[in-house]
Design a protein around this ligand. Structure first.
Ligand code: ATP
Length: 380
């Protein structure tokens, strides 16, 4: 079973939220969030994502309708206890500035009466889990970078090992490089922990990357479509969703398929310490120069080389080898950037397996689209 296909851990049933000033933030929301999956809520500013999230742990209560977590109506549970049993991560990490990082992470276990020693031991273990050193536990939040503070926020939310994690734009305030690292880290953690995660973001790329299911909202708190990323990208329910996904939604779809099943062919290669062939040798124009461990070092253009010297000493053009876990989108990008139009496919150790042609990548890209565009359940 894929993550996100399990039974519903959180259910919204005809939920409305109207604020006293008359604003309807959430309008007739019925939605299931599967156990052990990541449900991402996306949509433009003010469409009710945060309000939806905050009703799950009773930071806000619905005006009408029912929300259940683990089968239990949240309104029948004590709000403070419910909040402690659900992890919550927000954009500006929300750490207590006058407490050390370790004490910040230990907050909920202490509230739950674990005792100082046990709570701190757990906090220290969690800092390591989210990629921080034990030493950083002694610092205060302002002594950490924005990205590190977000990691502490995630560690704090995980401290009491809650089954549900609510994340409200947790990576919204960090630069794109750190953001990608934090996303990678979250995916790694999730593959071990299998939490039920509800994740709010503005960023559709982040949603496609992290979500098992994506729920798209529009202004007025209306859910327009909730689907797996592939289905959403291939079959947006209406023009609003298509617009929201953007002009590159076809390319985004390719980011969901990997090179695992794409066929490769034998590559024309030359070893680094062999003599560099020239155009007069009559072989193929482009050769991949390999290290002794068969790692691709670069492309040799025999049309531009007069012969003489070793292949390693010849002017080489850069190669960016791809693995089976890399996406079809990366392959398409590399096939455009590669001087030979070929993509070098390597194994997990980085050794060359073969090359994939631009045509093969295009064929797979087309097939991915055709398959995704087919309504689910229809015959292949
Ligand atoms: N306490 C409140 N009182 C009145 N209106 C509110 C309150 N909180 C939110 N709203 C309004 O409810 C609507 C939904 O807000 P919400 O914060 O849930 O949207 P959002 O999709 O999370 O937006 P953003 O992406 O900008 O964070 C907005 O129109 C907002 O102005």
């Amino acid at each position: 079973m894929q993550p996100g296909e399990g039974r519903a851990m959180i259910t919204f049933d005809a939920v409305h939220k109207r604020f006293p000033n008359g604003t309807t933030a959430v309008d007739d929301l019925s939605l299931d969030m599967p156990e052990g999956g990541v449900t991402v809520l996306v949509g433009s500013s003010g469409c009710g994502k945060t309000t939806t999230l905050r009703m799950i742990n009773r930071m806000l209560d619905p005006t009408s309708g029912t929300i259940r977590v683990g089968g239990k109506d949240v309104l029948e549970q004590d709000a403070a206890l419910l909040r402690r049993s659900i992890g919550y991560v927000i954009q500006q990490s929300g750490l207590f500035p006058h407490r050390t990082v370790l004490d910040n992470v230990a907050t909920v276990p202490l509230l739950l009466g674990w005792g100082r020693r046990k709570a701190r031991a757990r906090a220290s273990e969690l800092l390591e889990t989210v990629g921080l050193t034990a030493e950083s536990g002694k610092r205060y939040p302002h002594q950490l970078s924005g990205g590190q503070q977000q990691r502490v926020g995630v560690a704090r939310a995980l401290a009491a090992d809650p089954p549900v994690l609510l994340m409200d734009e947790p990576f919204g305030a960090v630069d794109p490089v750190v953001r990608t690292q934090l996303q990678d880290e979250l995916m790694r953690l999730q593959s071990e922990l299998n939490k039920t995660i509800v994740f709010v973001t503005h960023d559709i790329d982040e949603a496609v990357r992290l979500g098992d299911r994506i729920a798209v909202f529009r202004t007025g708190g209306r859910l327009v479509q909730c689907a797996e990323p592939g289905e959403l990208l291939a079959r947006p329910a209406d023009a609003f969703v298509a617009d929201f996904l953007g002009a590159e939604r076809g390319l985004k779809l390719l980011s969901l398929s990997t090179l695992k099943d794409v066929e490769y062919e034998e590559a024309a290669t030359v070893h680094a310490d062999e003599p560099a062939p020239s155009r007069t040798s009559g072989g193929p124009r482009w050769l991949l120069v390999l290290s002794p461990a068969r790692t691709p070092l670069g492309w040799l253009d025999t049309d531009e080389h007069d012969g003489g010297g070793t292949a390693a000493a010849a002017p080489l053009l850069p190669v960016r080898p791809l693995r089976g876990t890399d996406s079809l989108l990366s392959a398409l990008n590399e096939s455009v950037a590669s001087p030979s139009g070929l993509v070098a496919r390597v194994d997990d150790s980085g050794a060359l397996m073969g090359v994939i042609s631009r045509e093969e990548i295009h064929t797979h890209a087309g097939r991915t689209h055709t398959a995704a565009a087919r309504p689910s359940g229809s015959a292949v």
